[in-house]
Design a protein around this ligand. Structure first.
Ligand code: DGY
Length: 328
């Protein structure tokens, strides 16, 4: 019997084909929208493998219905949408897509940094509205980037890729992570040191978040932390929305505790805190960190590769709950 795979949303061409070529039976939720919960619940009852997205909440209710499900391949590096503990308890493998989206996400974090520091979106809107009357010495002044201090919270793959790009701007780096990374520090030409979070927030001109969402990182940046930041500082979040207390951030931006922010992720996606939507000093993107043609295809092929490995009796290369793997 071929393994039955359910894909919760159409993915780039080539992904389903890859699974079919490996002998799997593939069904795809046909609409380009988040799969409704009732459809998801029916689907998991009948599949052996699920290829799902970060917008699919795979919690206890879903897992309780997934009698024959053996593996969940998440189409994302973050997997906070899946109750991994419950999946593990049920012996269901969970995989993610690390590495393949590192550069795309690091690049987008820089796009946000530039946009928020130099008021790119605000200025472009001004021009389109026909308000540009010619060059002006005070027009859209922003923050200098080159030579300043960059605070990187979380020095995993994406944090490191983001940080390494700062050498082009001769920036000093302060980073906060569970462990020091002497190799990174040694290779970075303009000075990189590990500091505690408070020091990072107090001394950085730009702060970019690159931590996974866990119970420890939920609201890692709240009122107290925003108060520690410099009034000219810029905050960037391409990690997960709930790492920042959005209500506190809206207040910080409105009252000038910090200068601006660039966000790609939100506490309650797709909703955005209404206090942010009306502010000019925040750049808001719709969670597109990994959205390049090449990256999204690589993510799909990696997720498919995890499913194929599993059903061929091999350990999936990106298994996040190793405890379920008993085959050697
Ligand atoms: C991820 O992979 O976790 C990103 O948020 C989406 O690509």
């Amino acid at each position: 019997m071929p393994a039955r795979i359910y894909i919760t949303r159409p993915l780039p061409a080539g992904v389903a084909e890859h699974l079919r070529e490996a002998g799997m039976e593939v069904e795809i939720y046909p609409k380009d929208q988040v799969i409704p919960q009732d459809v998801l619940l029916r689907a998991v009852e009948e599949c052996d493998g699920l290829l799902c997205l970060l917008t699919d909440m795979i919690g206890r209710e879903v897992l309780a219905r997934a009698g024959r499900l053996r593996i969940i391949a998440n189409y994302a590096v973050g997997y906070n949408n899946i109750d991994v503990e419950e999946a593990t308890r049920r012996g269901i493998a969970v995989t993610n897509t690390p590495g393949v989206l590192t550069d795309a996400t690091a690049d987008l974090a820089w796009a946000l940094l530039f946009a928020a520091a130099r008021r790119v979106v605000e200025a472009e809107r001004y021009l389109r509205e026909g308000r540009f009357q010619g060059w002006g010495p005070q027009l859209f002044l922003g923050q200098e980037i080159t030579g300043r201090t960059l605070g990187v919270v979380g020095l995993g793959r994406i944090g490191q890729a983001f940080a390494s790009r700062a050498s082009a701007f001769r920036m000093k780096i302060l980073y906060n992570s569970l462990e020091a990374d002497p190799e990174f520090e040694g290779a970075y030409p303009y000075g990189a040191s590990r500091v505690d979070l408070d020091t990072l927030l107090q001394q950085s001109d730009f702060v970019s978040l690159h931590v996974p969402l866990t119970s420890e990182t939920h609201h890692l940046i709240g009122r107290r932390e925003l108060r520690l930041m410099r009034p000219h500082a810029v905050l960037i979040n391409t990690a997960r929305g709930p790492v920042v207390d959005e209500a506190a951030l809206a207040q910080a931006l409105r009252e000038g505790w910090i200068w601006s922010a660039g966000l790609d992720v939100y506490e309650n996606e797709p909703a955005v805190h209404p206090g942010l939507l009306t502010l000019p000093n925040v750049v808001l993107l719709p969670h597109v960190g990994s959205a390049t043609f090449a990256t999204r295809l690589r993510m799909g092929l990696m997720a498919a590769g995890n499913l194929i490995a599993y059903f061929q009796g091999r350990r999936p290369p990106n298994l996040v709950n190793g405890g379920v793997w008993k085959n050697g």
